[in-house]
Write a protein that binds this ligand. Structure first.
Ligand code: FCB
Length: 400
């Protein structure tokens, strides 16, 4: 390999990602209701106790010890606006403390303004399908005013397409609707318009880059059948490209986890099945397909925007596959950089085992193992592998 392609670009961000509801503990939002109604395998409860500043600081120190220079977290709308239109300044102060701490410790910070959860009052009025959007924008404005000093990159919505799919087609996340195709389109349309409104609003108040955090899967046909190929490209367009094509942004955040090979069974009524993973799979059953990160990154070249991999990781309680997963994905990421995609950073999902939505605590995504009974932390061996790569800006990626 050309030596210039061995090293990642100067200033590359090596980070970890978390999300408020998955780590903070004791939240009170539409997901809490969903958990109480039995929608998830566990209740989120105390989670990783990150609302506790002391615990948060200790975990940030662990991230630092792993040579991380960037940290992605999300702000919990229901904490900042517990009642419609009312701002809780104490909650904003707490986030200010957290972000200030990260900055003091030398981290580049990314804050996502919406990561799946909604205040109860918003969900009760129809949520993303028909709930009122002005209070959401008010929350965004207040958060940006209060926190912009300590935020380097603003993320608008986390995985709008994933959220709409899980909540309105699969029914595994709130509001638990199944195969509600038209409402799902309405939700996506409202999310796209909201993203643009956020983009405009934040850009007026801040000079920090603003972008979407988009879920991208590598969609491939399991056969050369014409119908399968057509299906894969239609789904690729709908799930990967449509949202980006319809919205604005200063950068693109990409969450990449896996490949899906879809087979068209019947046109009417539409029936699709998923082929079994060809190779290794994670504890979630998701196929490990490192080349997919290259394919999705290359598909972003046309947007001519900086790209951050805002999530990538796997459920692997035994830590058997994590080190090779990280290495293999980073090698393909480096190839995407060599092929001209301006990738500026990589955030591993996640720093810690945390509350994995409908799967509760059963899926372990952490570089660090969390004991949820005692809040003890234990570094997994793969964390040291990632730390070695991060600490040398990728120079040790090929030493295995
Ligand atoms: C992504 C979510 C994140 C986490 C990972 C495993 O879709 O953004 O919160 O749950 O999957």
């Amino acid at each position: 390999m050309d030596p210039k392609d061995r090293i990642f670009p100067d200033g590359f961000l090596w980070g970890v990602a978390t999300a408020a509801h998955q780590v903070e503990g004791n939240n009170d939002n539409d997901w809490t209701d969903w958990e109480n109604r039995g929608g998830a395998k566990d209740k989120s409860g105390r989670a990783c106790d990150h609302w506790n500043l002391e615990r948060f600081r200790r975990d940030v120190a662990l991230a630092k010890s792993l040579n991380q220079n960037a940290y992605r977290l999300s702000l919990e709308w229901s904490r900042i606006m517990p009642r419609e239109g009312q701002i809780d300044t104490a909650a904003l102060d707490r986030y200010r403390e957290m972000l200030r701490h990260l900055k003091d410790d030398g981290f580049t910070t990314m804050a996502t303004l919406h990561h799946f959860t909604n205040p109860r009052w918003f969900a009760e009025q129809g949520g993303w399908e028909s709930g009122p959007l002005p209070p959401f924008l008010r929350y965004v404005g207040e958060a940006v005013n209060a926190l912009d000093d300590y935020v380097d990159l603003w993320g608008t919505l986390n995985e709008p397409t994933g959220m709409a799919f899980m909540g309105w087609i699969q029914g595994q996340w709130p509001p638990g609707r199944k195969r509600a195709f038209l409402p799902c389109l309405r939700v996506l349309y409202r999310l796209a318009r909201t993203h643009d409104a956020m983009y405009g609003l934040i850009s007026r108040r801040s000079d920090k880059p603003v972008g979407l955090v988009h879920s991208m899967t590598s969609f491939e046909p399991p056969s050369l059948r014409h119908a399968d190929r057509l299906l894969a490209s239609a789904v690729e367009y709908l799930m990967n490209q449509w949202f980006l094509r319809s919205t604005r942004g200063d950068y693109i955040g990409v969450n990449y986890y896996t490949r899906r090979r879809l087979r068209l069974l019947r046109y009417l009524p539409l029936e699709i099945s998923e082929a079994d993973p060809e190779g290794r799979a994670t504890d979630f059953g998701w196929e490990i397909w490192p080349k997919g990160i290259y394919d999705v990154l290359l598909s972003l070249k046309r947007y001519r925007l900086p790209v951050y991999v805002t999530e990538n990781g796997l459920a692997d309680a035994g830590d058997i596959q994590r080190a090779s997963y990280i290495r293999d994905h980073l090698r393909w990421l480096r190839r995407a950089v060599a092929a001209g995609v301006p990738v500026k950073g990589y955030f591993h999902w996640s720093l810690l085992d945390n509350f994995e939505w409908a799967e509760g605590y059963s899926k372990r995504f952490g570089l660090i193992e969390t004991d949820f009974a005692t809040q003890e932390r234990r570094l997994r061996p793969s964390a040291l592998v990632y730390a070695g790569i991060a600490g040398t800006n990728g120079a040790t990626l090929d030493d295995d």
